[in-house]
Design a protein around this ligand. Structure first.
Ligand code: SAH
Length: 350
């Protein structure tokens, strides 16, 4: 079945389910080997660097798993203004980064005009850099405005492609269908789009994981973020078990085989549950790392889950250490924009 998946970059639903089930019991080394080979076909052994700037932990939503949910009154809230964000970019640019990712909760402070102005300023100062946004669900016209202001990419994990499971992870009023619509809107507008999901989130079944992979195959996103669920003490899921390292690795490898040209990050959540998590993800077909460029004094407040790593190796302040570890693992750190394979960038490098 693995060979068939490798050759066709697809598999019928039942076989995909069986493959997941088998590998969750113990990973077949062949799965990892073919996932690596697939990545090498398109990207060689490059690992792309993105500088992550967590712009705000204010959020109007209440995703049940997330530590920065609006209803959590126990965390201190912060947001970065344009000058703060530009300062992070400046620091990142000097370190060599040529992609910046602005991520945050759904924070009303960032009106469409304000975000467009931030995008415009970054693009003016750094026309050779790619700009990625991850600011949640927005109407079509807002995404369009972001794109027209110069944003290149958008990350919006689909979280779960099974309606009933999605609804158990989110409050009433949040639906998979809306999330899905956003992802299709983003694609239509012309963004390089990232979807993704947590592994081991509460109530998740193998069927749910099959649906996640089939949805990814249907959407064909350019990027896919996959990390383990990790409980946060101030959420309803505080006592739930975290997702497993090996389970996450299996899902990354399968995603690589289904979407051979995708850009797959070795996520911070994975590095949080295992000190070698990043290397293990790279050995399963991942090819992106996203060190944290947020100002040191706010980092601890972007607490999506407990013990989230934002210092040491996850911090851009230790860029040399990260570079070294990646080289030692047998990969080539790459600081270029790192666009999707053969992606036609509108108007060249904007
Ligand atoms: N507001 C943005 C960014 C959300 S935070 C948006 O809606 O896209 C980025 C990602 O962190 C989420 O998509 C979610 O998959 C992940 N995340 C949130 N809480 C988590 C937890 N407890 N464990 C692991 N990952 C989590």
């Amino acid at each position: 079945m693995i060979d068939k998946l490798y050759n066709n970059n697809n598999l019928p639903k039942e076989e995909l389910g069986q493959l997941i089930k088998d590998n969750l019991k113990g990973i077949d080394p062949k799965l990892l080997k073919l996932a690596r080979k697939t990545r090498e076909n398109y990207y060689g052994n490059k690992v792309f660097f993105r500088g992550l700037i967590e712009i705000s932990n204010h959020c109007k939503n209440n995703c049940l798993y997330c530590g920065i949910r609006g209803a959590n009154l126990k965390i201190d809230r912060y947001r970065l203004n344009k000058e703060n964000i530009l300062a992070c970019c400046r620091k990142g640019y000097d370190m060599g980064f040529r992609t910046f990712v602005l991520q945050g909760g759904e924070d009303g402070y960032y009106s469409d005009d304000r975000v467009a102005d931030i995008i415009d300023s970054i693009k003016n100062e750094y026309p050779d850099c790619a700009l990625t946004l991850s600011l949640g669900e927005k109407p079509y016209k807002t995404y369009k405005k972001y794109y027209q202001a110069g944003a290149d990419r958008y990350l919006l994990r689909h979280e779960s492609a099974t309606d009933s499971h999605y609804e158990r992870l989110h409050p009433k009023g949040m639906e998979f269908n809306s999330r899905k619509q956003c992802l299709y809107d983003l694609k239509e507008i012309g963004f390089q789009v990232g979807a993704g999901f947590m592994v081991g989130s509460p109530y998740q079944t193998i069927d749910n994981l099959v649906n996640d992979l089939l949805f990814l195959k249907e959407l064909e996103p350019h990027m896919v973020g996959i990390g383990p669920f990790i409980p946060h003490k101030d959420t309803r899921f505080a006592a739930k078990e975290a997702g497993g390292l090996e389970d996450t690795i299996v899902m990354i490898a399968l995603t690589r085989l289904l979407l051979p040209k995708s850009l797959l990050p070795a996520t911070t959540a994975l590095a949080t549950i295992d000190s070698m998590g990043r290397e293990k993800a790279l050995n399963a077909g991942a090819n992106v790392v996203m060190p944290n460029l947020s100002p040191g004094e706010v980092r601890e407040y972007y607490s999506l889950y407990d013990n989230k790593r934002s210092t040491g190796d996850e911090s851009a302040n230790h860029i040399e250490d990260i570079r070294c570890r990646i080289k030692e693992a047998g990969y080539t750190p790459d600081f270029s924009r790192g666009d999707y394979h053969n992606f036609n960038i509108k108007g060249g490098v904007r």
